[in-house]
Ligand binder design. Sequence first.
Ligand code: SAH
Ligand code: TMP
Ligand code: ZN
Length: 427
Amino acid sequence: MTMTPGFRSPRKSAPNPSKDEPMPCCHICNTPFEAFLSFGQTPISNHFLLPQDVADEYFFELAVGFCPACSMVQLTEQPDRERMFHENYAYFSSISVRMAQHFEAFAASVRQRWLDRPDPLVVELGSNDGIMLRHFAKDGLRHLGVEPSANVAEAGRRQGVDTVCAFFDADLAEKIKAEKGQADAILAANVMCHIPYQDSVIAGFDRLLAPRGVVIFEDPYLGDIVERTSFDQIYDEHVFYFSLSSVSAMFARHGMEVVDAEPQDVHGGEMRYTIARKDARPVHPRVAELARREAALGLAEPATFARFAGNVARSGMELVAALADLKRQGKRVVGYGATSKSATVTNYCGIGPDLVEFISDTTPTKQGRLSPGTHIPVRPYTEFSAGPPDVALLFAWNHGAEIMAKEQAFRQGGGKWLVYVPKVEIL
Ligand code: SAH
Ligand code: TMP
Ligand code: ZN
């Protein structure tokens, strides 16, 4: 296993798993597997702290491995869900204009392509602030959002989205079916990869779905993570890093198959999988094409992940070297976007307030707090625009196009971007 360099982190511990510790077992098929990469002790990625909370901060070992039996790439350990999803959940989906457009188009495509019964029912897992379901709600379509984080669930209700504040699982699916009948489409964006108990979730889909109903979900795509060395996609909430191969195996256990797989150019490269009961829907030729691409990429081969781990270590070292160099030159560096991902980069590389003065972020609930683990102050965007730094470290690289478009004045004023995906460079 490649260990974290630990860099300048106050917690250098990237513990070698002791020989006596049991190996982790695959969340999907229960086969024991080994980690290929550890980032060391890492905090909850969305836990932006008040100064008085620093002493009690929670850490766990962030490490990823590959199941040799079902090819699922996954965390070896994940914090309890209640530590991550609660009434103070920091991520409000609608903060990004680009994502709002993306989900409007997603909703339109579902309506056009998959809702072929009268008076259909659409259920969404992780409906957050209603960014997608509001497009069904506004036209009076039957829908239900399932969202365990109370604050964002309430924001969704204010958008007219019927929302139950709960974690989706097989029991909840049963209750929804009893109350509302079978679902025509079950949607999930950036949430399936958050849920370790997929057996219960997929059993729930099986109970809730109409015979020709579909599950449509999208998450960061393993192929993009490997190709772009986007290692900061790996953080506490993301327990799985899906590929067509692992997703097919996971649903096959419940008599379902992937009928379409469409790449999405959001969040640094995602895949949208459409799933139906076996033989209920025709399989789009894109599925076989993607299987060929994955074979070429080696996404079901351990050697691929050993190589990836080496690339991650190199990328982390280059980033730290670039920041140290800027510091030597006396440049002011400010982070742009206090993303969940940035917890992995800052903690892995030991990037604290000595290297990055503050992180600019537009989310009110993150402002005035400290970034998890390395405690960089998070400040409102107005502080960035009022006193632009020499260099902005683009933590929100997944929103890069949107940000570059609106920050032209920063560039024209001589400001530079430091990026680290797909490689470390100053632009
Ligand atoms: N779909 C939105 C939100 C993604 S963030 C988007 O793509 O922008 C993930 C969301 O899933 C959070 O709001 C979290 O509270 C929710 N979530 C986590 N576990 C869940 C579960 N078991 N069932 C339903 N939602 C869950
Ligand atoms: P995410 O990567 O987890 O989606 O989080 C994106 C974060 O970046 C979120 O906290 C909002 C912030 N952000 C900005 O501060 N400015 C921006 O222009 C964009 C698009 C996001
Ligand atoms: Zn497995």
